[in-house]
Each structure stands twice: as C-alpha cells, then as structure tokens.
Design a protein around this ligand. Structure first.
Ligand SMILES: Nc1ncnc2c1ncn2[C@@H]1O[C@H](COP(=O)(O)OP(=O)(O)OP(=O)(O)O)[C@@H](O)[C@H]1O
Length: 225
C-alpha cells in the first residue's frame, strides 16, 4: 500500500467538499477517481498533492513519495514555445534535455515544438501539460482530468502512457468523468458522490460481484438513476 486515508474531510463554508473518506492507494496500480460534477475529485487531488491541508482525518503515507502532477488546467506563458516551456520545467525538475525532448515526441508535439503556445489548440496545450507531468521518475503520477480536450486518438495514447508508467512500477492516480475510460485503464476505483464514497476497491472484483455489469451501470444503479 502506498497510502491510506482515514476519515479524510475537507468541507468548505457552503458545506460541500470531501467528507469522511476512508480508502487506500495501492502501490504499482492505477486508481481512478470517478464521479460526477462536484463529487469531490479535485478536492481530494488537492489534498493528495499537498495543495491543501485536510480539515480532519489522516493521510498516512507508507513513505513520502515524489509526486509528478498534471493539473486540470494550466496557464502556460503564451509567448514561450513548447520546447522552451518543457526545457524550463525540465531544468526545475532536474531532468536532462534529452529526456525532455523525448517527452515532447511522446505527446506528439515534436513537429510544433518551436511554435508559441498561444498558437496551440486546447488539446495541444493539454498534451504539453501531460508532457510536463511525465518528466522525471517520481513514483506517484497524479493526473487531474487528463482526457479533457483530447481526441480519441490521444485518449488511446494517454491510456498507453498510463500503462507504461504502471509497467515501470509507478502508481497512477487519475480523476475522470468518463466511466468507460476508467473501466478500461484502472485496477482500482474510488467513485465519489456529493463528497462521500459511493464505490471503492478492486474494479474487476466489484464488477464481478455485480454480475459483470459496467461501471457506468453500477454508478447509475447506486444513484437510483
Ligand atoms: N474553494 C471552494 N469553495 C467552496 N466550495 C468549493 C470550493 N471548491 C470546491 N467546492 C465545492 O466542493 C464540491 C466538490 O468540488 P470538487 O471541485 O472537488 O468536485 P469535482 O468532483 O472535482 O467536480 P468536477 O467534476 O465538476 O470538476 C463542489 O460542490 C464544489 O462546489
């Protein structure tokens, strides 16, 4: 196990947020944080990445991990080129130039690396965001809504990259609205609803216990929809 959350809560003044969540993140596996709008996914990611401190409960790390992180939205300096941005971030992360160039190739931005980011489409910016998260060797990769803005080809490539990270021994945690994508790529799932846990555990086991239904059907059933 990489980390255990016990009764983790972070509740805003409007009484929304994350409430009494207990779950574990298993090392070397892919965990999907799923759920609808406002379910609490980003709040949980902010606690995992240390951007916010929980108001109650505990996050117990097996051993403090270096985290690589893809935020859900990032404002890159629009006057810089893709290669300038990736090399700047690579130098901050103490990653070599060659690796940073390889990462640009991996996300399909090699041919446009000298273009300013202001000329990039949303999907291209999202791929640059993915590229920066792949830099380095941090054993925990956290991706907040990584499929946002990606077309089907790049969603399939993203899935391959996540599986490659897992094959290297990394733990991957990602949030998504796309339950079918979560089902394709994740080993474990944590489905949130209104700040609480709706479904949690080993995805295959959970679906087998429910007569091999899909995650989407199980989610609809749990919500009585
Ligand atoms: N800074 C904040 N102040 C007040 N309420 C907040 C704040 N951030 C989030 N919330 C509320 O907490 C709840 C959970 O929000 P969160 O952003 O974690 O959900 P989410 O699952 O990431 O949603 P989405 O899929 O729409 O991005 C929502 O009801 C949201 O309105």
């Amino acid at each position: 196990m990489l980390l255990e959350a016990r009764d983790l809560s972070h509740v805003y003044e409007n009484n929304k947020g994350l409430k009494n969540a207990s779950f574990s993140v298993r090392a070397g596996r892919i965990l999907a944080l799923a759920g609808g709008n406002g379910a609490g996914k980003s709040t949980l990611i902010r606690l995992l990445t240390g951007q916010e401190k929980q108001m109650a409960g505990e996050l117990i790390w097996q051993e403090r991990q270096a985290i690589r992180f893809m935020p859900d939205d990032v404002d890159f300096p629009s006057m810089l080129t893709a290669v300038e941005i990736i090399q700047l971030l690579a130098s901050l992360k103490k990653v070599g130039i060659q690796e940073s160039l390889e990462v640009l190739k991996r996300v399909g931005l090699w041919d446009v690396k000298k273009q300013k980011v202001q000329q990039f489409s949303k999907g291209m910016r999202q791929r640059l965001n993915l590229a920066q998260s792949l830099l380095g060797n941090g054993p925990l990769l956290i991706l907040d809504e990584p499929t946002n803005g990606l077309d089907p080809y790049w969603i399939a490539e993203l899935k391959k990259m996540m599986l490659e990270e897992k094959a290297k021994g990394c733990t991957v945690v990602f949030s998504t609205h796309l339950l079918a994508f979560a089902e394709e790529v994740a080993d474990d799932v944590l489905v949130l609803h209104e700040g609480g846990i709706l479904i949690s555990g080993d995805l295959k086991e959970i679906l087998a216990e429910e007569n091999n239904t899909t995650l989407e059907n199980l989610w609809l059933k749990k919500l009585n929809l």
